[in-house]
Design a protein around this ligand. Structure first.
Ligand SMILES: [Zn+2]
Length: 195
């Protein structure tokens, strides 16, 4: 099963359109009896690495003998840092190029709420934010997979006086992106995500 393969909606660095930031490699846990290398596959410690964009960003194993994946903001020697250096694929200008992610500055879905940035990783996350902001209960536990991000929302986003403004901004962005509203966007299974 792929360890980390979902993509982010970002603003294209060239045309400003809606683009995908994708991880360049898929990591699959390898078993001892598996072959060392295969078509487009590289063995890296306990992992198989599949290149998703071999001509744009071919695999080069990090220096050092340790093999691990990190999602933190700091490069740790020996490991592969996810959500850092990847590939941007733009649906509008068709650019496919290496990109070093600046997050959340690169987010395609982002809004300014009285000086505070609100962002979503992708359209489904934006829909979850909309649902949460408009709900009376505002219970993060009702949104599996999104609980922690909802718990961390800044107070200004949730303030009653900003509710209508925030909801309108999210709705407008989703409509402009041609997204259909889903009654329960948090039910999207991870495997249905692009990537
Ligand atoms: Zn573009």
């Amino acid at each position: 099963m792929p360890y980390f393969r979902w993509a982010l909606d970002v603003r294209c660095p060239r045309c400003g359109g809606r683009a995908i930031f994708d991880e360049p490699y898929e990591f699959v846990a390898a078993r001892k009896k598996d072959p060392v290398d295969g078509e487009g596959l590289h063995r890296w410690g306990g992992w198989y690495v599949r290149e998703k964009y071999p001509s744009v960003l071919p695999w080069r194993a990090p220096r050092g003998s340790s093999q691990f994946l990190s999602t933190g903001h700091v490069q740790i020697s020996g490991g592969v840092r996810l959500r850092h250096r990847g590939v941007v694929r733009c649906a509008e200008c068709h650019r496919v190029a290496v990109h070093v992610l600046r997050w959340p500055a690169d987010a395609y879905f982002q809004w300014d709420v009285r000086g505070t940035r609100l962002w979503a990783t992708d359209a489904r996350h934006a829909q979850v934010l909309l649902h949460y902001v408009e709900s009376l209960l505002r219970d993060p536990w009702r949104y599996p997979g999104y609980r922690r991000s909802l718990q961390k929302l800044p107070a200004v986003v949730l303030a009653a006086r900003n509710r209508a403004r925030v909801a309108r901004g999210i709705r407008d962005a989703l409509r402009a992106a041609g997204e259909q509203l889903d009654a329960q966007p948090w039910l999207d299974p991870p495997d249905a995500r692009p990537g």
